[in-house]
Design a protein around this ligand. Structure first.
Ligand code: FES
Length: 92
């Protein structure tokens, strides 16, 4: 319940957010390109900056027998990834 994962590609124009993380406030950012900052405790919403889309959250599953955690999907569109459209059936 307390493990989350997000894309680290800014939804504004695709700059890498890297490890610009504030553990005190649990915020990712500010993005070095245009200063968008995302709240990782609240579904990756934009708290300030140029982006209009929240940060895509990675869907996780826990393997009970081993305790391993697996990424099984993405909730949202990752900036610049053609496969976003493939999943929607929009690209042939
Ligand atoms: Fe991150 Fe513009 S690319 S705020």
């Amino acid at each position: 319940g307390d493990v989350v994962a997000f894309s680290n590609i800014c939804t504004h124009m695709g700059c890498p957010l890297g490890t610009i993380y504030s553990p005190e406030h649990k915020l990712l950012g500010p993005c070095l390109c245009h200063f968008t900052t995302f709240d990782l405790t609240n579904r990756g919403i934009v708290v300030i900056g140029q982006a209009t889309e929240d940060l895509p959250q990675i869907q996780l599953e826990l393997e009970d027998s081993t305790g391993d955690i697996y990424a099984t999907g993405v909730m949202g569109l990752v900036y610049g990834h053609r496969s976003n459209l493939d999943a929607l059936g929009a690209v042939e």
